[in-house]
Design a protein around this ligand. Structure first.
Ligand SMILES: Nc1ncnc2c1ncn2[C@@H]1O[C@H](COP(=O)(O)OP(=O)(O)OP(=O)(O)O)[C@@H](O)[C@H]1O
Ligand SMILES: [Mg+2]
Length: 272
């Protein structure tokens, strides 16, 4: 890993996001992504994970969303004024939820579109195409297939591979496990880990699948209703009793009573 591993690469400070001028969705979210690490952003349906990623990559505008408070720093500089393409040139790219590939293009054409912001010439791009095929041999087999006819897992691989073609330093990966069989989810996370370790790419990974995300991430944040309710190393979160019960679906005393759940809620309010 690079010498600079561990320093803060991306810092979100107390951001508030409002949709349509009235719907307050993020209520002061702060988080840090370490250079060279995998950071998980966890939480259930509607917690605000996608909104946080879109706030970082400046994709909220098209959704009538707006960051109304707080700051976002990438490598120490404010990036809120940059458009998504400028951010890609700085090395930050988002892989959208629901694996958006161009359905009518082949897998390889999709991968090549990922290199559109690059100015370093054909040879480098060809080398990276081979790098992507090295991580995703399945994509090499399917490279001439129309992306729209490939499986869900292949499309997720294609979306990640396309992001890698921009030579990113940081990938914001939204819900890579969505709709995939457990074995495929594991495969995709193995590849994320390999890219992180071999290429030094940092990841901020939004996931509902707490179990798998905490096995691959180094750090984690748990969002609920637009607020961070817990944060820590992935190892500490995996051992935390509330995380075990509410996100990993296991508990030492078996099922807790509703009253305990209520007192947990009170505790959470106090935390936030
Ligand atoms: N364009 C939008 N306009 C208005 N409200 C929105 C918009 N997009 C998201 N929301 C609301 O913001 C909240 C957070 O949504 P978000 O998509 O960020 O959650 P999430 O954690 O990614 O959830 P999921 O795990 O289901 O993908 C939800 O209540 C959602 O209904
Ligand atoms: Mg989402």
């Amino acid at each position: 890993m690079a010498e600079t591993a561990g320093e803060t690469l991306l810092e979100v400070n107390n951001i508030e996001v409002i949709y349509n001028h009235v719907i307050l969705v993020l209520k002061g979210v702060s988080l840090k992504v370490a250079r060279g690490g995998i950071t998980a952003l966890l939480g259930g349906n509607g917690a605000g994970k996608t909104t946080t990623l879109k706030a970082i990559s400046n994709l909220l505008q098209s959704e009538r969303g707006e960051v109304t408070k707080g700051t976002i720093l990438y490598e120490g500089e404010r990036v809120q004024h940059l458009d998504p393409a400028a951010l890609v040139r700085r090395g930050v790219i988002q892989v959208m939820e629901g694996r958006h590939c161009f359905a009518h293009l082949t897998v390889e054409e999709n991968l090549r579109t990922g290199a559109y912001t690059r100015r370093d010439g054909r040879t480098a791009i060809e080398a990276d195409l081979e790098m992507v095929y090295g991580y995703f041999p399945r994509l090499k087999e399917r490279r001439r297939s129309q992306a729209g006819y490939t499986s869900g897992g292949e499309q997720q691989m294609c979306a990640i591979g396309r992001a890698l073609m921009s030579r990113p330093k940081t990938v914001l990966l939204d819900e890579p496990s969505m709709g995939l069989a457990p074995q495929l989810v594991e495969q995709i996370f193995e590849i994320v880990r390999a890219v992180n370790e071999n290429e030094g790419v940092s990841f901020l990974l939004a996931e509902q699948n707490t179990n798998v995300a905490l096995r691959y991430a180094h750090q984690g944040y748990i969002l609920e209703s637009g607020r961070v309710v817990m944060e820590g190393s992935a190892a500490a979160l995996r051992e935390n009793d509330d995380v075990k019960e509410f996100y990993l679906g296991m508990s030492e005393e078996g099922r807790r009573s509703f009253r305990d759940v209520r007192s947990y809620r009170r505790r959470k309010r106090w935390l936030s």
